[in-house]
Design a protein around this ligand. Structure first.
Ligand code: ADP
Length: 586
C-alpha cells in the first residue's frame, strides 16, 4: 500500500509551483538548470523506494520536503519519514544526524533529497547544516508513583499493569520511538498449557517448557526464574488477549519439544504486532511517555531507590518515585561493553537497536546491584553486514543453503546458532552466502523485505548468480546440483542436515544474500529474585528497584531459545507490576 506522509505546506508548494513555472522546470526529473522549483528524487529504503518532493525557493532555500514511501517499517522507518523533513528544512542540509534505529530509511531520505536537489543544480554534499543555536536547558522536577525506564515490551507491559491498578506511572525512553529490540522480534512467544494450545489439541506442559529452556540454556539458567516464566506464560497469553493482542497460532520452534510458539494471525512478525498493541494501550491509558529522554542515574537514599535522573536535549529531569522499574533492554549495541565480557566479538555487527547500550546495567551497578551470566552473549549466524538486517532462520528452514566464497557448502545450515556462527567464522573471510530460489521467496513473506531493502543479488541462472557475487559459476552450479540430488534422496550425505529439505533449489530467478554472524541477544544482566526485585552484591534486594526483560540475567542461561525473549518480557513485565502493586498496596 502506498503511503503518503508529510505532505506539509501543500499550499505553499502549489504557490511556488505557479510562481516558478515561468522560469524553471517543475517536477524536475528532467530539469537541469539551477534554481527554484519543485523537484523530485528517489532513494532506496528498507521497504522499497522513498520518493522526495523538494521545493526550492528563488534564493536556493529548501522550502519544503515531502516524502512518499512504499512500506517502511511502522515505528522505525516511519519515525524518520515523519521527523526528517522538518529537520532538513531547519538545517537547510541533508548533512544531519540519521534517526537512530532507522539508519536505512534515513539514508534513503537523504539520497532522495540529494537526488532532487541535484536536479535543482544544488550539490547537497556541500550544504553545511545550519547551526541550530545553543539550547538553553530547563530543569524539571516530577513526582509520580512509579518510573519505568525503557519503552520496549517489558517496560510497556509493566507500565500498563501498574496503570490498570490505579497507580501513576511514567515511562522514560531514550530513543525517538517506542519498541526497543522488542519491535524486531519475528518468531513469536513460547507459552505452555494455554487455552490456545488446548483449542488446537496440542499437548504440552509447564514441566516440558522448563526442561527445554534449561537444556537450551546449557543448564546454567536460574531455575526459579525459568519456573516462573513457564508457569506464568499461559496467563501472559491471556493478558495479551485481554488488551486486544491475541496470539492465536501455534507452531514448532527451535529447541521446543512441542508446538509452543504463539504468533499473531497469519504468522505476522510478533515484535511489530506487540509494539503496536502495547503502545496503543499505553496511549489509551494516557501513560506519559517521555521520548528522547535518557535516564542517567538512579537516586538512592540509605540504600533504597527513590527516583531517577534523566535528560532530554531541552530538559534536565529529576523524577521522585516510590518504585523504579528498569526495563532498559540488553547491551548488544554497546561494543565497548560486550567486548569487555566477550573480547572475541570485537568488530561484529549487531542486530540490536541503538538503544540497547546496557545503561540499566551500569545504573543498577552504581547502586550496588549484582550481575549474573554477564559474559553470555548470543550471536546470530545470518546477518547482512552492510545493513545489519537479520536474515531469519526460516530462510534456511525453508530450504536455503549456505556456501563459502568458493561456492561450496561447509555446514549443516540448521545446527544451533552458536555452531553455525563458528562454522561461518572458520571459512575464508568469515562470511558466506545464503542461496535460494524463487519458490522459497514465494513462500516466505520475510524475503520481500530483503529484496526491497536491496540486499539480495538475483539472476536467472545459478551460473549468472555466481558471476554477480564473484565466484566460479561451475562450482556453485555443482554445489546446487549436488544439494538437489541429496534432497531427492532425502539424505544430506555431506553434513547430515535433516531439516528444511522439502524443496530443491530449481526455480529461477535465484538469489544470494551475503551474511556473517552478528551480536544478537545478551543473556546476562542484573540479578533479580522471582518478584523481579534487583539483588545487591550483598545478596539482599535493593529496596524499590525492580527489573524486567533483557536487562535481567539468569532467565536464558548460556543460550536463549527462539520464542523465549517475548515470554520473558511479557511475563516479567507483569510480575514487576504485580510485585509493586502488592508492595505499595500494603
Ligand atoms: P525488553 O525486550 O527487555 O523490553 P527492549 O530492547 O525492547 O527491551 O526495550 C528497552 C528500551 O529501553 C529501548 O527502547 C531502549 O531504547 C530503552 N532504553 C535503554 N536505555 C535507556 C535509558 N538510559 N533511558 C531511557 N530508555 C532507555
Amino acid at each position: 500500500m502506498k503511503k503518503i506522509i508529510a505532505l506539509t505546506l501543500s499550499l505553499a508548494m502549489a504557490a511556488s509551483l505557479f510562481a516558478c513555472s515561468s522560469s524553471e522546470e517543475v517536477q524536475g526529473q528532467d530539469a537541469t538548470e539551477t534554481g527554484s522549483g519543485v523537484y523530485t528524487g528517489v532513494g532506496q529504503g528498507f521497504g522499497g523506494e522513498i520518493r522526495a518532493t523538494v521545493t526550492v525557493a528563488e534564493d536556493g532555500t529548501i522550502e519544503d520536503v515531502s516524502l512518499e514511501h512504499d512500506g517502511e517499517t511502522q515505528n522505525i522507518g516511519t519515525i524518520a519519514i515523519e521527523n526528517l523533513p522538518a529537520e532538513i528544512i531547519s538545517a537547510q542540509s541533508v548533512n544531519i544526524d540519521v534517526v537512530a534505529s532507522a539508519t536505512v530509511t534515513s539514508d534513503a531520505i537523504f539520497s532522495a533529497v540529494t537526488d532532487a536537489l541535484a536536479k535543482a543544480g544544488i550539490d547537497a554534499s556541500a550544504l553545511v547544516a545550519k547551526d541550530q543555536g545553543e539550547v538553553v536547558k530547563t530543569a524539571e522536577e516530577i513526582t509520580t508513583d512509579i518510573v519505568v525506564i525503557g519503552a520496549g515490551g517489558a517496560g510497556m507491559t509493566s507500565a500498563i499493569n501498574l496503570k490498570q491498578a490505579g497507580f501513576e506511572v511514567v515511562i522514560l525512553e531514550k530513543m525517538p520511538m517506542v519498541g526497543g529490540n522488542t519491535i524486531k522480534a519475528t518468531g513469536g512467544m513460547n507459552a505452555a498449557d494455554t487455552d490456545v494450545q488446548a483449542g488446537l489439541e496440542i499437548e504440552d506442559s509447564v514441566e516440558v517448557f522448563i526442561a527445554d529452556t534449561m537444556e537450551g540454556g546449557y543448564d546454567i539458567n536460574d531455575i526459579d526464574l525459568v519456573t516462573i516464566m513457564a508457569e506464568e506464560s499461559s496467563n501472559a497469553i491471556n493478558w495479551l488477549d485481554s488488551i486486544g493482542a491475541p496470539l492465536p497460532e501455534v507452531t514448532f520452534s527451535g529447541g521446543a519439544t512441542n508446538k509452543r510458539i504463539h504468533r499473531p494471525e497469519g504468522g505476522a512478525a510478533v515484535g511489530e504486532y506487540l509494539t503496536e498493541h502495547l503502545s496503543r494501550v499505553v496511549e489509551e491509558l494516557e501513560i506519559p511517555v517521555y521520548l528522547n529522554t535518557t535516564a542517567t542515574e538512579l537516586i538512592a537514599e540509605d540504600g533504597a531507590v527513590v527516583g531517577v535522573v534523566a535528560e532530554s536535549k531541552e530538559t534536565d529531569f529529576t523524577f521522585t518515585s516510590k518504585s523504579v522499574v528498569l526495563a532498559t533492554g540488553g547491551f548488544g549495541a554497546n561494543e565497548d561493553l560486550y567486548t569487555t565480557y566477550a573480547p572475541e566479538l570485537k568488530g561484529f555487527v549487531t542486530t540490536n537497536t541503538p538503544g540497547a547500550t546496557g545503561d540499566g546495567i551500569v545504573m543498577a551497578e552504581a547502586v550496588g546491584a549484582d550481575l549474573t551470566d554477564i559474559e553470555q552473549i548470543q550471536i546470530h549466524p545470518t546477518v547482512e553486514q552492510t545493513t545489519s538486517i537479520l536474515i531469519t532462520e526460516s530462510v534456511r528452514g525453508d530450504g536455503a543453503i549456505l556456501v563459502n566464497t568458493d561456492g561450496v557448502r561447509f555446514t549443516d545450515e540448521l545446527l544451533t546458532r552458536d555452531v553455525v556462527s563458528a562454522n561461518i567464522i572458520a571459512e575464508d573471510q568469515s562470511f558466506a552466502y545464503a542461496i535460494f530460489d524463487q519458490q522459497l521467496r514465494d513462500g516466505l513473506a520475510a524475503v520481500e523485505k530483503y529484496v526491497s531493502a536491496g540486499i539480495t543479488t538475483q539472476a536467472d541462472t545459478i551460473e549468472e548468480l555466481a558471476e554477480l557475487i564473484g565466484m566460479d559459476g561451475t562450482v556453485l552450479a555443482e554445489t546446487v546440483a549436488n544439494w538437489n540430488t541429496m534432497i531427492v534422496a532425502e539424505e544430506d550425505t555431506d553434513f547430515g542436515r535433516t531439516a528444511g529439505m522439502a524443496n530443491e533449489i530449481v526455480e529461477g530467478p535465484f538469489y544470494a544474500i551475503s551474511i556473517a554472524p552478528g551480536v544478537h541477544h545478551t543473556m546476562g544482566g542484573v540479578k533479580i529474585n522471582t518478584s523481579t526485585e534487583v539483588i545487591g552484591t550483598d545478596g539482599n534486594a535493593i529496596p524499590n528497584l525492580y527489573a524486567a526483560g533483557e536487562v535481567v540475567g539468569g532467565v536464558h542461561g548460556a543460550n536463549r531459545i527462539g520464542g523465549n525473549a517475548v515470554t520473558d518480557i511479557i511475563v516479567f513485565g507483569k510480575v514487576s507490576a504485580e510485585s509493586i502493586i502488592a508492595k505499595l498496596g500494603e
